[in-house]
Design a protein around this ligand. Structure first.
Ligand code: A3P
Length: 323
């Protein structure tokens, strides 16, 4: 009966009644579809996107688990791809990133473009290369993404920091009417894989395997490595997207210019990111908290750390992945 609360299609409601469900993080319930957990409207967005999205070979798709650095990756990719349109990054006061949140420059599929029922966006008018973003698992990507030569950039992060970042984020999103989820309860649920777009580990693994199989299709990045060597990784992303920096650009400081423009300090202090909203209940500032590696040390007990580390080891170590 509570499904009536959601503005979703009858088709989606019917499907939801057949899926396994668990207590949600932001919405009352999460539903498991194709192995991953969705909020009702997120699932509708995913279904609509799977049905309608038509990839172009020139498309760029940015993929993350929530709280893995999506905002940063969006900003970097937008500035990189549009660097000829907005040159002189050091002095350019007209750069869209100065007045628009990265989520409004690079739209999400399931929680953005395809979020509203009965509405299919017309994406044909966007001039290529088009950049989109999603939290969908590799398995759940629209078929045309897999059939085309479009590029997928995947960014992941230490699950301990992902969890802590997520925990703070959901607390900001909470409305007066939503139930509370204690840190311990959320942690237990995250570790079982039950969180929006989780399980985290399977999400990472799907893209990791694909990047090993097909390194031209999927680039696999880690937040921690990008924080430590941003210059190197921005150049790698540019190469992967087949728009490498020229010697001249490097010597003119274009790489540094993009990194500065997209840095946590720069973006989080912009008026647009301090005061405006992405949607009715999500403020731009929620996407900027600390932007550091290792805040989990301030939030998790020794027991929690051992537990989550052992899951990561058990699920990822055999595949040559660690955090
Ligand atoms: P913390 O909560 O640990 O600070 P997402 O963009 O996927 O929602 O992830 C949000 C996390 O990325 C938050 O982490 C946020 O502070 C951090 N972040 C946002 N912008 C960033 C930037 N420009 N550089 C580095 N980290 C950034």
């Amino acid at each position: 009966k509570y499904l009536q609360e959601y503005d979703i299609s009858e088709e989606c409601k019917e499907l939801l009644t057949t899926l396994p469900s668990e207590k949600g993080w932001i919405t009352k319930h999460l539903y498991q579809y194709q192995g991953f957990w969705f909020a009702p409207k997120g699932l509708q967005g995913a279904l609509s996107c799977q049905k309608h999205f038509q990839a172009l070979d020139t498309d760029i798709l940015l993929v993350t688990s929530p709280k893995s650095g999506t905002t940063w990756l969006k900003a970097l990719s937008f500035a990189l791809i549009n660097r000829n349109k907005y040159p002189n990054i050091h002095s350019n006061s007209n750069h869209p990133l100065l007045t628009t949140n990265p989520h409004n420059l690079v739209p999400f599929w399931e929680t953005g473009l395809y979020y509203n029922k009965d509405f299919v966006p017309d994406l044909k008018t966007i001039s290529p290369p088009r950049i989109f973003s999603t939290h969908l698992s590799y398995e759940s990507l629209p078929k045309s993404v897999k059939d085309s030569t479009c590029k997928v950039v995947y960014l992941c992060r230490d699950p301990k920091d992902v969890f802590v970042s997520f925990w703070h984020f959901i607390n900001k999103l909470k409305t007066k009417s939503s139930e509370t989820l204690s840190l311990e309860e959320a942690f237990e649920s995250f570790c079982r894989g039950v969180c929006p777009f989780g399980p985290f580990w399977e999400h990472v693994l799907g893209y990791w395997k694909k990047s090993l199989e097909s390194s031209k299709k999927v680039m696999f990045l880690k937040y921690e490595e990008m924080k430590m060597k941003p210059y190197f990784y921005l150049k790698e992303i540019a190469k992967f997207l087949e728009c490498p920096f020229s010697q001249e650009e490097e010597s003119k400081g274009v790489v540094d210019g993009i990194l500065n423009l997209c840095s946590f300090d720069k973006l989080s202090n912009l008026e647009v990111n301090k005061t405006e909203k992405v949607s009715f209940n999500v403020e731009n500032k929620y996407f900027f908290r600390l932007g550091q590696i290792g805040d989990w040390k301030n939030h998790l007990t020794t027991e929690m750390i051992e537990h989550i580390n052992s899951i990561t080891k058990q699920k990822l170590a055999n595949h040559g992945l660690s955090f």
